[in-house]
Design a protein around this ligand. Structure first.
Ligand code: 13P
Ligand code: SF4
Length: 303
């Protein structure tokens, strides 16, 4: 059955001049058939360079929106339109305007995990892989970091010369990884190296040997001579970790390291998206034009 679906996906991809992009958090079966798999930054950048005219996006809605904002001439179709990231809605436009009033010199730094109307109000977008580099390059002293407080605090510690204003957004998946669980897992695997995503809370990040985006975590484990790792991020990364490192051991630290939205996407969702253009991402052109500046600035500053 799966073989039939895969065959049909291959045929439709050619017929429709489509490319499949997937985030590391989707199921292994989807990563396996995707043309490209990566972290949020890699996928946003790819959307601007792939030659195909249709992108099938296996990820959550803000990712499809970013692809559409950066490449409006392309048709972007979500593998599952209902796959949404709760954190992307955790800041209000009104709050951004209030902070701008209070701090006229502020730079509004917007994690890509945010909806288009939030990007449109921001000065620059960042992802977990380039936030530090970009914040360091900004001339502004005041930084309003939205929507993720944990990533914001992680970056702020590394740039003490800047003044940060935080927003209370969070990722429920990373927040459910508790320091106590990391300590227990360390007792079970004392030799393990702890790798964490910066969306985790500060007490978890303090226990980590390395903090980075999903790609950076995969690269770190792949390039390391160590053999055992505790992974503090969503379980989807295990697929690529094991593809690249079949001889190494990877352990999660809890039972809730699953993003229910990313996990909505299966092989049949990809097939449905190829068959059914109704799942296309649509964007008001005025909104797109307001949101493209901060994303384009990210691509420029991240170089
Ligand atoms: P990265 O892809 O930047 O590692 O971010 C993780 C994430 O939560 C995406 O939703
Ligand atoms: Fe959003 Fe967290 Fe899921 Fe990423 S893992 S899509 S931040 S809820």
């Amino acid at each position: 059955m799966d073989q039939e679906i895969k065959q049909r996906i291959e045929t439709l991809k050619k017929e429709k001049d489509a490319v499949i992009l997937a985030h590391y958090y989707v199921d292994g079966e989807v990563q396996e058939i995707a043309d490209y798999v990566g972290d949020s930054y890699y996928l946003a950048e790819l959307a601007t360079t792939v030659p195909q005219k249709t992108i099938i996006f296996c990820g959550v809605s803000f990712m499809g929106e970013s692809a559409k904002i950066l490449s409006p001439e392309k048709t972007v179709i979500m593998a599952d339109r209902s796959a949404d990231c709760p954190m992307a809605h955790m800041v209000e436009v009104e709050k951004i305007r209030e902070v701008r009033k209070e701090y006229p010199e502020v730079a509004v730094v917007c994690y890509v995990n945010s909806m288009a109307e939030i990007k449109a109000e921001s000065d620059v977008c960042v992802t977990s892989s380039n936030a530090l580099k970009i914040v360091k390059k900004l001339p502004n002293k005041d930084i309003f970091f939205i929507p993720d407080e944990n990533l914001g605090r992680f970056i702020a510690k590394k740039v003490p010369e800047k003044h940060f204003i935080f927003n209370d957004g969070f990722c429920h998946v990373h927040k459910s990884i508790h320091a106590e669980d990391v300590k227990k897992a360390k007792e079970l695997h004392p030799e393990a190296v702890v790798l964490a995503h910066p969306e985790c809370t500060g007490d978890v990040l303090e226990l980590a040997d390395f903090v980075g985006s999903t790609s950076q975590i995969i690269d770190y484990a792949t390039n390391s001579d160590e053999k055992v790792f505790l992974i503090c991020t969503e379980m989807g990364v295990f697929y690529e970790l094991l593809q690249k490192n079949p001889e190494k051991k990877f352990f999660s630290v809890g039972h809730r390291q699953f993003c229910p939205n990313m996990k909505k996407i299966h092989l049949d969702s990809v097939l449905r998206a190829l068959e059914n253009p109704e799942e296309e991402v649509e964007m008001d052109e005025a909104m797109r034009q307001r949101a493209v500046g901060p994303l384009a600035r990210m691509l420029e500053l991240a170089k």
